[in-house]
Design a binder for this molecule. Structure first.
Ligand SMILES: *Cc1c(COP(=O)(O)O)cnc(C)c1O
Length: 430
């Protein structure tokens, strides 16, 4: 990431210097968050660092504009320039995914998913999705969400070896005749066979809805299978491996579905779009079209595989035994440490990740038996294979020595090592 600004200037790049005088508490928190990001090794698989261009596009005057509707069909005057931004975002994401229609207005991945279910199904219809503890997302039918309350939600999972149980998907589809089958996941590291999902959907005349929130950046770089020619509808977040601002998108090749989806997003689920965020999406999509992004995605995948391999070499268990993506889920059962404790121990040495349920987990979601780690964010900061080997060693040292009398000393060393790594790869070159 190129920027000549030093740390002071960077903080001053936003109206923080002035704001701080008036509202020290809030602007102080923004500054503190910047330093936290700067000084921790970020392994949360759903996070990334946007470029300076995306960051500055997020704070622009388009936030002042109401633009309910779609380009050339707005309910407000004065939309000529925001139309340019939204049309660019649509054109670029269609090019990235090689698809015909895109809606770039969803405020988030969850809003994109709700809009799709609103377009394709009615309350009471059966929706078949991947179970939360098996790697699926909340919005794929989990009980506390609209997707679990308004629809009759059925869940599939993985087999003992950690791979999606396609036979179970077929069996459940035949038994329950879903209106929609959802594929895609939040903590599933392997390739998803979208073609097979489509065969199953066709056999029961269900819509196939693929949510590639996590894999989008790898897909557009050609490093993970694309669902575009198999699923009726595809959604994604824009802020995970795609490295854009927080937000959602919905894609399809079907003109009549595209119309239904547009009405489902607005006025179905949302009001006015966030035009500044849409402008920032357009910036990020343009970046993702560049050859450098392909190189970035290749490094993300390589680093993730190195991290998983090294952790395995050190004796840690990885769900499914490896990864085909930017993330891995570690099974901590054999270390006799919960995901919750592991997350806290790692945070104390400056490594951020999240506790995560493992398939067939016997612990509640507040504890869990696993953690999820991802390579997208630190690859953006320039970490390569050597640094990810070092991260694996740090994780192993901290977790395997939990309860050891020397643990606090080991952690102090690890903390210094993590801080040194971060210093060598500054965020925004500050
Ligand atoms: C992250 C994620 C989402 C939700 O995205 P938000 O922007 O947090 O609403 C949806 N689906 C999957 C598979 C995800 O991983």
């Amino acid at each position: 990431m190129d920027s000549n600004m030093n740390n002071r200037d960077f903080v001053g790049y936003f109206p923080i210097a002035d704001g701080r005088r008036r509202d020290a508490e809030l602007f102080g928190a923004i500054e503190d968050e910047f330093h936290r990001q700067q000084n921790q090794i970020e392994l949360i698989a759903s996070e990334n660092f946007v470029s300076m261009d995306v960051l500055s596009a997020l704070g622009n005057v388009m936030t002042n504009k109401y633009a309910e509707g779609y380009p050339n069909k707005r309910y407000y005057g004065g939309c000529g320039y925001v139309d340019v931004a939204e049309k660019l975002a649509i054109k670029r994401i269609c090019e990235l995914f090689n698809c015909r229609f895109a809606n770039v207005q969803p405020h988030s991945g969850a809003q994109a998913n709700l809009s799709v279910l609103y377009a394709l199904a009615r309350p009471g219809d059966v929706v078949l999705g991947m179970g939360l503890a098996m790697g699926g997302h909340l919005t794929h039918g989990a009980a506390p969400t609209i997707s679990g309350r308004w629809f009759r939600s059925i869940s599939y999972g993985v087999t003992e070896d950690g791979f999606i149980d396609y036979d179970q998907v077929l069996r459940l589809a035949r038994e329950h005749m879903p209106k929609v089958i959802i594929c895609g996941a939040s903590s599933y590291s392997r390739r998803i066979d979208f073609e097979r999902f489509r065969e199953i959907s066709d056999s029961v005349e269900a819509y196939l809805f693929a949510d590639v929130a996590h894999y989008a950046g790898l897909i557009v770089a050609g490093l993970y299978p694309s669902p575009m020619n198999h699923a009726h509808v595809v959604t994604s977040t824009t802020h995970k491996t795609l490295r854009g601002p927080r937000g959602g998108i919905i894609l399809t090749n079907d003109a009549s579905l595209a119309k239904k989806i547009d009405s489902a997003v607005f006025p179905g689920v949302q009001g006015g779009p966030l035009m500044n965020v849409i402008a920032a999406k357009a910036v990020a999509f343009e970046e993702a079209l560049q050859p450098e992004f392909k190189k970035y995605a290749k490094n993300v995948l390589e680093n993730s595989i190195v991290l998983a391999d090294r952790l395995k070499e050190l004796g840690l268990d990885i769900i499914s035994g490896g990864t085909d993506s930017h993330m891995s889920v570690l099974d901590l059962t054999r270390l006799s440490i919960t995901g919750k404790v592991a997350e806290m121990e790692l945070e104390e040495v400056g490594i951020t990740c999240n506790k995560n349920a493992i398939p067939f987990d016997e612990l509640p979601p507040s504890q869990t038996s696993g953690i999820r780690v991802g390579s997208a964010a630190m690859t953006t900061r320039g970490f390569g294979v050597d640094e990810f080997v070092q991260i694996a060693d740090l994780i192993h040292r901290v977790l395997a020595n939990y309860g050891n009398p020397n643990h606090e000393v080991i952690k102090m060393d690890a903390r210094m090592e993590a801080a040194n790594l971060c210093r060598r790869f500054p965020l925004y070159n500050t």
